[in-house]
Design a protein around this ligand. Sequence first.
Ligand code: UD1
Ligand code: UDP
Length: 352
Amino acid sequence: MRVLSVVGARPQFVKAVAVSQQLEGDHEELLVHTGQHYDAELSEVFFDELALPEPAYHLGVGSAPHAAQTAEMMTELERIVDAESPDVVLVYGDTNSTLAGALVAAKSSPLLAHVEAGLRSHDRSMPEETNRRLTDHCSDVLFAPGPHAKRTLEAEGISENVYVPGDVMYDTLLQIRERLGGGPTGEPAVPDEYVLATVHRAKNTDDRERLAGIVDALTRLATPVVFPAHPRTVDSLHEHGLWEQLTADVRVIDPVSYTEFIELVEGAHCVATDSGGVQKEAFYLDTPCVTLRDATEWTETVDAGWNELVGATPERIVDAVRAAENPPSKPDLYGNGNAAARIVTHLEHHVG
Ligand code: UD1
Ligand code: UDP
């Protein structure tokens, strides 16, 4: 089987690790890096640390408004898909790189397979919601992380070739921890008790009021905050005049490597985040999670009481972080860490 995998942004590198390992040996994988993320700490660090295959193609697209970025990726991807004739185009998640890969594959002969299908936040103001809906609706094979996502697809009229292998990010987490013997190589020095914060959603960074609300909350927690900041967030903090409002208790650091990040999640008293992946990592690592959004696509974590949605209102954030505690028992929501193997088996069946 010849698989062309499209990645481009940080979460996709983490997701692709597990599937790439399963493809290795019996199948041929061509990894295409769109270049959506290009700073070393958002891209290269994952290739170095997680032993992802070298990209066969690097499109070097970089940052641009949505249409320009997606169009440039599509132009290049179409040429590559035509030249390489893969059996399958594999796309992950909900970024512009996902959508570009999906639209190209849908109009070419290979099968289009979507990993993380069926997720919905129902918040159309987030570009990811558009990306994931469109990708699902033009995919040939859909891999849902849990039964709820499968039901969502059914409700939208997609019921053929939908599988529930579990969450590939859980696979990656288990694999990397095992490979490293449970410890990272050089995590940043952190206080004994801290809250881990990540913020990068356009809705939070581009809206001054929301970003100010989050900054206000983080500075009022009375617990040290470790804040590995996405470059767009650092830019927005400066642009909106909020950088100066950060107190010494809020330790803004550069984005960290995957193993360092996982170690930070595990050691935190609580995670305050607007990330998709980090909500699940907190769940897997038993760290209470407070989500700085009005809606999430990982709804099961909220329904189970393992995640609290608080938006960007300072009082709600502060109260939730202070009271953060997980329920006594943890449900099995997204499989048992063998999603990638199951995905490859299903793909083999479809390719024949
Ligand atoms: C993208 C995804 C988002 C995902 C996130 C993961 C879309 C629409 N958004 O958001 O779903 O959660 O990645 O981190 O696909 N920048 C840099 N260096 C880089 C990359 C970006 O400085 O290597 C800055 C640029 O100013 C750029 C901005 O970040 O304009 C936004 O980058 P972009 O890739 O458009 O979106 P993300 O916010 O990273
Ligand atoms: N991550 C990391 N270092 C960081 C922040 C995040 O290694 O400083 C990892 C983490 O595993 C996370 C993944 O990158 O799940 C994707 O992160 P991000 O929040 O950027 O994307 P999202 O999941 O929101 O699309």
